[in-house]
Ligand binder design. Sequence first.
Ligand SMILES: *Cc1c(COP(=O)(O)O)cnc(C)c1O
Length: 358
Amino acid sequence: MRKINFSAGPSTLPLELLQKAQDELLNYQNKGFSIMEISHRTKIFEEVHFGAMNNAKKLYGLNDDYEVLFLQGGASLQFAMIPMNLSLDGVCEYANTGVWTKKAIKEAQILGANVKVVASSEEDKFDHIPSVEFSDNADYAYICSNNTIYGTQYPSYPKTKAPLIVDASSDFFSKKVDFSNIAVFYGGVQKNAGISGLSCVFMRKDMLERSKTKNIPSMLKYAVHSENDSLFNTPPTFAIYMFALEMQWLLDQGGLEAINAKNEQKAKTLYECIDQSGGFYKAHAKEGSRSLMNVSFNVAKNADLEPVFVKEAEEVGMIGLKGHRLLGGIRASIYNAISLEQVQTLCEFMKDFQKKYS
Ligand SMILES: *Cc1c(COP(=O)(O)O)cnc(C)c1O
């Protein structure tokens, strides 16, 4: 029996996709070997690799102004690669909305970039997205679109003249996005679009020009990866294969508008359950900043009930509900692969739990 898995990442994958990988694992397309066992320089692998890149761009409706890079080191390495490759002589501006932006700010500081934090919601335990205004002439303007731990998400992105850089790790491929200001849009794919080991970076081509001028090690240089079609060295071939399956799955679901409609329905169901509990449960994020992906909440009536909640949920087959260690409480991550039915099952459990303990 598969559990209902609300883990924040790595997280649940669509069952069909796991089954397809299983079917093909020993004998990829009747070739007599696994996709894991062949060179990344073969035509067979290149079809997977470039097919995934094309479908990723297609899902976001991107034209040739953007390139897709497949990189390693997680989203966390991007925290360093961004200032290394893209800072100029000016100011690198950041909006601080939680742990992941703090880490990105720290890496830029280590590298000696001229960092300015233009907005922060830290004093309010990151319970909302602050209003953000970036300077027109900043080297870049940096945000994290969805704050995985606190359960906040930008309802829309700040308008910027400076190139906007977005860490979209935890709402990757969950909805259509307006790219008109976006220069870099990236994430580790293990939360909402595949398995760990692969980062996918959409980069506007003028950013690659900046990278070209930098004297930095090859593996850390966007321009090197771009010139080599992300095959400069051995890429994480199995993670790319899984990502390719995920891209196809999303297209089969009807694309990002269709998946977003489902995501909205799921989030609405869960927030209603929280809001209509008469104060028994309370969401961490303020209205207007609530994430459709990660719903962080407390058993407000009595925090001692939180570990009981997690334990009793596990007993009925629901896992991954313990909140992040920095925030505590409960967190339900309801990424693309979670169905409305599964969210409804959680809500039923929550109502029963409330009855039992009020
Ligand atoms: C998980 C996460 C990261 C870190 O990702 P790694 O792939 O583990 O480096 C960065 N940003 C956000 C928003 C995340 O959710």
